[in-house]
Design a protein around this ligand. Structure first.
Ligand SMILES: Cc1ncc(C[n+]2csc(CCOP(=O)(O)OP(=O)(O)O)c2C)c(N)n1
Length: 730
């Protein structure tokens, strides 16, 4: 809900004591440091409601929200869908639509002004996103801060935007409380009957300023005077009750005095309320174990699997349904056959052929096959076109080439009990869909692995508010934890300014409350996904995923990389376990003490560097890949740097110097290097990490493939060869 009226709702609907609200307003007694202002807080309550056929208990959740108006709407939809899902996982929540109702309270200026409402209303009837309809109440006080309706919208009513989605709109006079109750009943009945959105346009006015400091008469002198002369709604209603003999004048006065007394008494008790972390926790989940420190270390417990189990899984998920004449598309058939071949032991003697999509499917399958007591769903929703995969890689559903019949291999493994797997193409929205998935994930907790995939990484910035206000800071603000996984395709491949970067810089710069990885091999991706579920901590995971590497023959792993005791490696250097590419490129390097240069990098650039190093037979340059960016793996990097005491350090990236990771990693590499310097004789200047990459630029990448290729060739050569003149290529 919006800010206005929130304290009223917290007290009168949720029963939050006035003393507690006063304590938050006085704000001098808090036992912990972070949080949020009082009118953003969520709440939970179970209230008794009188209904015609007797009393009923209703569980209420007020979802916390940031100042960004309307941003919570999608999150609420996700939370509600998860609550419905939990009530009945067999029907994926369908049977529970009538039992869990989303109710959104909007301001008039926000409802018509912010496009999020259109995005969220678009979800109402989509099979993978529906919650059976939302009741929207537009608290239409006919002003937005100082802006009047004529300047705020192009339609007569703020609720008119809902017309595009076929929602009925009930207009009601806020001066008539009985009419408002009738309108709300009608809305609830409509939603229950038709399971779709309905809007109440509650027409009223704002007596005071926008906030404590605002004087509305500065911009609206006439309207302010008319409002001042208008009796209050409560006054009118009380007088009508007396006139109709429902209350006597004395009873009314008693009621008033009683309320004033209660306010005074509650106000005086505010000192008894001390804010604690627990009282702040508005998440609907129980407090999970885990840490909330910034440098929380995510350890790599073994996430490998028995080889024979993986082989069986792969066989199962690449085999069409047996008892039908399901005919795979020739392209998919060839792909599935290649996946099966890649799992055969004799193939594995050489380089390894398990590609990214196979590794991902194995990770999903392995999680589905070991249903923990309460994990109901493994959900791969969203990401526009994520079912097939933007890059024609995933094929989470296959379609019979004769009948178009859909088959979801991971949901039909026929290997014993398994969890539910859902892969869902989302509508073309980033904001609403990511908000929905965040809400869904935070409600489901460890009981589901919820992934959202951006079509290209940079489109995620359409959902930047959800990333900043919820995924990064939701835990610190409201104790709202989430294990959501963001898959952000990233990499410079000559596709222009908008298909190159997932813009990791805002995320890494935030040094936020999530884990961020850029796995360079399929097996690393497999372990990162499995670690996310097995980790005792609840932290979002951001994975920068590849594009061309999805089909790159060297970006492949061996069966043994998935075996028991294998795990996610935060850092990989030449010759380390998990160093698949050196196996492919097969170049003998000089002993560590004779290595003259260490190139540090992350992601796809590694493949270009390794290929060129082999082609040029350079044997005194070592490469270290940072597979995890945040939390920064100081310890693992230190161990690798110690191996090369005589080398100078280079950070190589494809991104321009003002983008990518440079300004994030440079001080951290320097800290690590200083802490691990083994000999005083090491030349400090020589160990200062130097930058190789594209020069600073306003746009992330060039639109010309020819320029891109030339830039790439130069930066790879410079990373491998440059000496003291290293810097951005000019
Ligand atoms: C996305 C966003 N933009 C701007 C603001 C600043 N802001 C806070 S309240 C408000 C006016 C909102 O008007 P309305 O939606 O009619 O609700 P009201 O305050 O009248 O209840 C504005 C502009 C904000 N909080 N969020």
């Amino acid at each position: 809900m919006a800010h206005r009226g929130r304290l009223n709702v917290l007290h009168n609907v949720f029963g939050k004591p006035l003393g507690a609200i006063c304590a938050e307003i006085v704000d001098d007694r808090s036992s912990f440091l972070v949080g949020d202002v009082r009118y953003h807080l969520g709440a939970r309550a179970v209230v008794d409601v009188d209904v015609e056929r007797g009393a009923k208990q209703v569980a209420l959740t007020l979802v916390p929200n940031p100042s960004h108006l309307e941003m919570v709407n999608a999150v609420v939809s996700g939370v509600v869908r998860a609550k419905q899902f939990k009530r009945d996982s067999q029907t994926e929540g369908a049977s529970a639509r009538a039992h869990v109702l989303p109710l959104l309270l909007h301001g008039d200026a926000s409802f018509c002004g912010l496009g999020q409402n259109g995005e969220v209303m678009q979800l109402q009837d989509l099979p993978d996103y529906t919650t059976g309809g939302t009741v929207h109440v537009v608290v239409n006080n006919q002003i937005g801060f100082t802006t009047v309706p004529r300047r705020a919208r192009s339609s007569p009513h703020p609720s008119d935007v809902a017309k595009a989605y076929g929602a009925p709109i009930i207009h009601v006079n806020g001066d008539d409380p009985d009419a408002v109750v009738s309108a709300m009943r009608l809305a609830a009945d409509y939603r229950a009957e038709f399971q779709s959105d309905v809007v109440v346009n509650y027409v009223c006015y704002r007596r005071f300023g926008h906030n404590e400091l605002d004087d509305p008469s500065i911009t609206l002198p006439l309207m302010s005077r008319r409002i001042e002369a208008t009796p209050r709604v409560a006054e009118n209603y009380a007088n009508a009750c007396v006139a109709e003999g429902i209350l006597s004048k004395d009873e009314l006065d008693d009621l008033r005095r009683g309320m004033e007394k209660e306010f005074a008494a509650e106000g005086a008790t505010h000192q008894d309320f001390i804010r604690t972390t627990e009282s702040w926790l508005a998440s609907t989940r129980a407090v999970s174990t885990g840490v909330s420190g910034r440098e929380a270390r995510v350890t790599a417990a073994g996430t490998g699997m028995p080889i024979d189990a993986l082989q069986k899984i792969c066989h199962s998920i690449t085999t069409p349904p047996e008892d039908t004449d399901f005919m795979l598309h020739p392209h998919v058939k060839a792909m599935f056959e290649a996946r099966r071949r890649a799992m055969e032991p004799d193939v594995q003697v050489g380089a390894g052929q398990i590609d990214w999509a196979t590794a991902e499917a194995l990770a999903f399958a392995s999680l589905l096959m070991h249903p923990c007591e309460k994990r109901w769903e493994n959900h791969v929703p969203c990401g526009q076109d994520c079912v097939r995969g933007t890059f024609n890689q995933r094929h989470a559903a296959v379609y019979c080439n004769r009948t178009s019949h859909e088959h979801v291999p991971l949901d039909n493994m026929n290997m014993g009990p398994q969890d539910k797997f859902t892969a869902a193409n989302s509508p073309l929205s980033e904001h609403a869909v990511l908000g929905f998935e965040y809400g869904f994930a935070s409600e489901m907790g460890k009981e589901a692995l919820v992934l959202w995939e951006a079509q290209f990484g940079d489109f995620a910035n359409n959902a930047q508010v959800i990333i900043d206000q919820y995924i990064c800071s939701g835990e610190e603000r409201w104790g709202q934890r989430s294990d959501i996984v963001l898959l952000l395709p990233h990499g410079y491949e000559g596709q222009g300014p908008d298909h190159s970067t997932a813009r990791p810089e805002p995320s890494v710069m935030a040094q936020a409350n999530f884990v961020m990885v850029q796995p360079s091999t399929p097996a690393q991706y497999f372990h990162a996904l499995r670690r996310q579920i097995s980790s005792p901590h609840s932290k979002p995971l951001v994975v920068l995923t590849p594009k061309t590497l999805l089909h790159h023959k060297h970006c492949a792993s061996k069966l043994m990389d998935f075996a028991p005791k294998s795990s996610f490696r935060r850092v990989i250097a030449d010759g380390d376990a998990g160093d698949d590419v050196t196996r492919h490129e097969n170049i003998p390097l000089k002993p560590n003490g004779e290595i003259k240069r260490v190139i540090l990098c992350t992601g796809k650039i590694y493949y270009s560097l390794a290929r060129q190093r082999a082609a040029k037979k350079i044997d005194d340059v070592a490469i270290i890949r940072l597979e995890q960016l945040f939390p920064f793996p100081h310890d693992a990097l230190a161990r690798r740097l110690q191996r090369y005491p005589n080398a100078h350090l280079v950070w190589a990236q494809e991104e321009p110097k003002n983008m990518g990771y440079w300004s994030f990693v440079a001080p951290r590499i320097a800290t690590t290097e200083r802490a691990t310097r083994v000999r005083a004789s090491v030349d400090e200047e020589n160990r200062r990490v130097r930058f190789v990459g594209r020069p600073p630029s306003a746009a992330p990448a060039t639109g010309s493939l020819a320029i891109h290729n030339a830039e790439n060739a130069r930066l790879i050569a410079q990373a491998l060869n440059a000496r003291d003149d290293d810097d951005a290529i000019a």
